[in-house]
Design a protein. Sequence first.
Length: 202
Amino acid sequence: MYIVNVIPLIKIPYPNPQILSYFCEEKIRIGGVVKIPIRKKKIKAIVVGCKKLEQEKIRLKKFADFQIKPIDKIISKEPILTEKQLKLLFWIADYYFAPLGLVAKIFLSANERIKKSKIRNSKSMPTGRQVEIRNLILTPQTKFLVFAPFKNLKSITIENEESSLYKSWGRKPYYNAKDIAIEFAKIYKAKLILKSDLPSIE
């Protein structure tokens, strides 16, 4: 028996816990997907932790007043989000004080766009593709790529870095893809190049 910690793919307002725990009979890799019961609904969730029950007994004693339920079913034992994607996901949620579930949806959407796109040098993932581009050029039109899974990325160039179109106008969670790209470059240990004809006003 395992205890899995998950991010439900719904908006959970702060200060409510953003990560929930459930029982599972099988081991699931971090980044996998399960369906969990929340009240009377069945919700998809991203696995961010999976440990044997014996390892979690001490922690579970702190939550003696809460009944941990079993998951409803396993959707994917294999990760649909990479370790680097999850690291960036947590950074975005913390930086913008955004619900983890809403941020996770952005990453899943990016994976789907990669899956349907004609981006070269990409390998299949369970629900998307891992892009093998060494030098990424980011524009306001391709800002979604900061949420995509990359392999062997060496540099990222942000074109028109002063553009306000890098912001998620009218969408929640609110974010600026330029700021995310800067952290994105740190996570991937990639060289960051900012290009513009005008200096940034920010």
